[in-house]
Design a protein around this ligand. Structure first.
Ligand code: KG4
Ligand code: ZN
Length: 336
């Protein structure tokens, strides 16, 4: 089975051909980061325009790299939610056109389900059910993966996503957008105990997360130091921030795993590239005798392979769309 996966929900235009659910035949990613960097974040209209310009070329290259043509495919999978609406619309409409021209099934894929699927590409032995922490620039969820296509969100952030917290604190420290990876690099030579940063107290659902208090604490710390003319060691602050985010994510995930009886735990989303988060969750799993799965670093950020992989499982489960498929900016995993 050959599935073309198309992703355009944010600032990466990506396409990939996936064979038999888990083998990457090709994966092409065109990133717009350099352009958005000038503005300190993604500018939605620019993102849509770049997707519009690049999507055909990226898809052509993905098909060519895989040695395939449209006629060889068994389906065309596309991210339809959630994300920037204008960006999503480019991918959805393009995929519809391809499906119409080729007569192949159109397969809608939820972006977070795509991130979760990166672990199938990295770990041939992983099968549902398991518990997955998905942390990215726009989302922080603890999710029960009940089957390849059935999910239950057990915890979510009440405010900022983990990646957003990394990026906003990084910006306040003077790092370029997107700052998560710069914090990660700086943290390598910093002291994680140099600053005591707050852990959130979340009332209600004990598996919910919160990062806005931590973000505000870091920004205030930097402002106060600036007012007093003091220098803050960016490596130490990065290391302390990373250790705190890793601890919050790990503690909540392990709490949910224990309460719900999961012994298999996965990590996914852009923040899964973070060395501190990878190490903390991996160590906690080892301590509690749980198996731990994380995607290889090249699959952590947005890509077409994750959409092709999840699209393959959606097709096997009979999840396809007709020509009325629309893009949706906000759509909970519980609603798919
Ligand atoms: O999944 P993703 O590519 O896009 C969304 O779906 O949001 O995630 C992007 C997020 C950004 O916030 C970025 O700073 C963060 O993932 N990120 C990292 C690292 N690499 C990417 N955060 C911390 N450490 C990293 N190494
Ligand atoms: Zn993403």
């Amino acid at each position: 089975m050959l599935i073309l996966g198309i992703e355009s929900s944010c600032d990466e235009t990506a396409a990939s051909v996936i064979e038999d659910c888990r083998t990457i035949r090709s994966s092409v990613i065109s990133t717009q980061i350099e352009e958005h960097k000038k503005y300190g974040g993604v500018v939605p209209e620019i993102a849509s325009r770049r997707h519009c310009e690049n999507i055909l070329g990226v898809t052509r290259r993905a098909l060519a790299d895989a040695g395939t043509e449209l006629a060889d495919l068994d389906g065309i999978a596309v991210t339809y939610a959630p994300g920037l609406i204008g960006a999503l619309l480019v991918g959805v409409n393009f995929a519809k056109g391809l499906a119409l021209a080729s007569g192949k099934p159109l397969i809608p894929v939820h972006h977070i389900a795509g991130h979760i699927a990166t672990n199938y590409l990295s770990h041939p032995d992983l099968e549902p059910p398991y518990l997955c922490l998905v942390a990215s620039g726009g989302h922080s969820h603890i999710i029960e993966v009940l089957s390849y296509t059935k999910f239950r969100v057990v915890g979510r952030t009440r405010d900022d996503a983990a990646g957003e917290c990394f990026d906003k604190c990084a910006r306040a420290m003077g790092f370029p957008y997107p700052g998560g990876v710069h914090v990660d690099n700086a943290a390598q030579s910093g002291d994680p105990k140099a600053f005591r940063l707050p852990h959130p107290a979340v009332a209600g659902n004990e598996f919910d997360l919160s990062f806005s208090g931590l973000k505000t604490a870091v920004i205030n710390l930097l402002h106060h130091a600036e007012q007093k003319g003091e220098d803050i060691d960016r490596n130490d602050l990065s290391a302390s921030l990373q250790a705190t985010i890793a601890e919050i994510l790990t503690d909540k995930t392990m709490l949910a795993a224990e309460a719900l009886g999961y012994k298999r735990i996965a990590l996914a989303g852009g923040v899964s590239a973070n060395s501190g988060v990878r190490a903390a969750l991996s160590k906690a799993c080892e301590r509690r005798g749980c198996s731990f799965y994380m995607p290889e670093k090249s699959l952590c950020g947005d890509n077409g392979a994750m959409i092709g992989c999840q699209g393959s499982y959606n097709l096997l489960a009979g999840i396809t769309a007709d020509e009325s498929l629309n893009a949706v900016a906000t759509l909970s995993m519980d609603e798919i």
